[in-house]
Design a protein around this ligand. Sequence first.
Ligand code: PMP
Length: 360
Amino acid sequence: VSASSSAYFRDVLETIPGYQPGRKIEGPGGRSVKLSSNESPYGPLPSVLDAVSAAATQLNRYPDTWAAELTAALAERFEVPEDHLALGAGSVGVLQQLLAATAEPGVQVAYAWRSFEAYPLLADLSGAASVRVPLRAETHDLDALAESITDQTRMVLVCNPNNPTGTAVREEALTAFLDRVPEHVLVVLDEAYREYVRDPQVPDGRTLYPDRPNVAVLRTFSKAYGLAALRVGFLIGHPHVATAVRKTMVPFAVNHVAQAAALASLAAEEELLERVAHTVKERQRVREALLADNWNVPPTEANFVWLRLGPHTLDFAAACEAAGVAVRPFADEGVRISIGTPEENDAMLAVAHSYPRRNR
Ligand code: PMP
């Protein structure tokens, strides 16, 4: 019996596939290299593990639903007032809360495409109509995005750097865009990969939102801070936006093991950002190796690279898989490959090197 045959489900369930997470595979000799989910390749720091085990002694208790201690630490770290912050179960949790606060049937949510897979999923679930604005040369077409805005638009999402292409929009273009967005539209700057940005012209959303009441920033502990499994994301925005995100949170969305790990990660930030710097170095090495091998790789400011393979996408992903390397293919478009440890990257580069030139 298919789910859609049940009379009580909404029609939208027939059209949404559900989130498809990056796969983990096992290759020859048990080799398993997971470059499919843009995770940090490094395990938790000892201090983070200690905080996790200490918090685990309280599993019988509900957590502090408003995460007072973590909120205070974030306010200090990011130099924003506490009422400019709101938390959720990962930044996708925060996005779902934002959509619960803004979206309903009859309204529109606009975003570039291709971008993060969760946008259409969550927008469709909210009942809003998605307006997908094609990327231009692998990057946001901010003019077209601005032109897509109608009286029905409630939210525009800008993923910066963009998943899966890694490209980032710069300050001049982004501020010109923000100046064009009418007040009835909330602009969400998804900065899940902000810590990996090295181009000084790519702005930190924290510097853009203070003068603009309808702009908010999404951040996460899942990538640079290495806590993907624990689901901690947060919004930085004006108090009216942060309040809306708090109102729409499911109770206790961020558990106290996760809160403790996030606090310990902020305390160990220097060490974690050294890991990020290492990933950035590897990103450069990987991109240069691919370019030297005649691959076309757009410049990337995130912890992944994008190979536009068109019709050869699934074939290349299968070649990676045969070597025990999991990547993220988007059929007929391209493959997104996370930056891992040097050994993991070498395993991927070996596949790329021997892949037929005519298909690249
Ligand atoms: N935004 C973007 C652009 C992402 O790529 C991801 C992770 N794939 C997320 C948000 C979700 O992160 P989180 O684990 O915080 O929900």
